[in-house]
Design a protein around this ligand. Structure first.
Ligand code: FAD
Length: 198
């Protein structure tokens, strides 16, 4: 029977990223990644539009994406792989005053975290993209930097090729949990809690 300290079910971008980050953060136990389809043909990772943007309403999401963009841009130094980030930006459009208000609120959150999002009036949108009909628009929000699309399969390859985790091609069909606990280290006193899987 094969054994590992950590078994990750699914080896596309999230599973492989977990394996890679665990090692980077000093985990020195054994890690096994079990993936049923190494072509990844039907994984979301392969089907994805591979877009990344900083335009969110919540600060945490903006920061998560900033980390992601930095990670993608640093791939050549880290792995010798260019993930081909195309910083074409996202353009979000509002066609009501209430929608414009939301774009203003989101913009305030984004620029607080150094996103370069700009707000554009309908005429500003029209100047930049003359083919767009702006007659029914009230406002646009555009991210000229750190937004666009990239090579998500290249990112997956980077994680897979640079993790020392054992890669297994198989389908996980059954999970039997014998014992599981997690420790809440940030509480005043570390406590153990049983994990319940529903
Ligand atoms: C059409 C589409 C467009 C998208 N566009 C974007 C976008 O522009 N920007 C963005 O950030 N996100 C986008 N997403 C979301 C993004 O692709 C996913 O959040 C991300 O790829 C999820 O990665 P994952 O590894 O969790 O899942 P997946 O990539 O789906 O990987 C799951 C893996 O688990 C394997 N697996 C499943 N069950 C088992 C089992 N029992 N045993 C063994 N292996 C198993 C599968 O074979 C698969 O390889 C998009 C998604 C889709 C579908």
């Amino acid at each position: 029977m094969m054994k590992a300290d950590i078994v990750i079910c699914g080896g596309a971008v999230i599973g492989s990223a977990i394996a890679w980050f665990l090692e980077q953060q000093g985990f020195d136990g054994s890690i096994m990644v079990v993936e049923r389809d190494p072509s990844f043909a039907r994984s979301s990772t392969a089907l994805s539009g591979s877009g990344i943007r900083l335009q969110f309403s919540q600060a945490l999401n903006v920061q998560i994406s900033q980390f992601g963009v930095g990670f993608i841009k640093a791939a050549p130094e880290r792995w010798g792989v260019d993930l081909n980030l195309q910083e074409q930006g996202y353009l979000n459009l509002a066609n009501t005053p209430a929608g414009a208000e939301i774009l203003h609120e989101n913009h305030a959150v984004q620029i607080k975290f150094e996103a370069k999002t700009v707000l554009l009036s309908p005429s500003g949108i029209s100047t930049k993209w003359p083919h767009l009909n702006v007659d029914d628009l009230t406002l646009g929000s555009f991210g000229p930097r750190n937004e666009g699309w990239f090579d998500s399969m290249g990112l997956l390859g980077g994680f897979r090729q640079n993790a020392r985790a054992t890669q297994i091609v198989d389908a996980v069909t059954d999970l039997t949990l014998k014992t599981a606990v997690f420790q809440a280290l940030r509480w005043p006193r570390a406590q153990k809690y049983p994990v319940v899987f529903l």
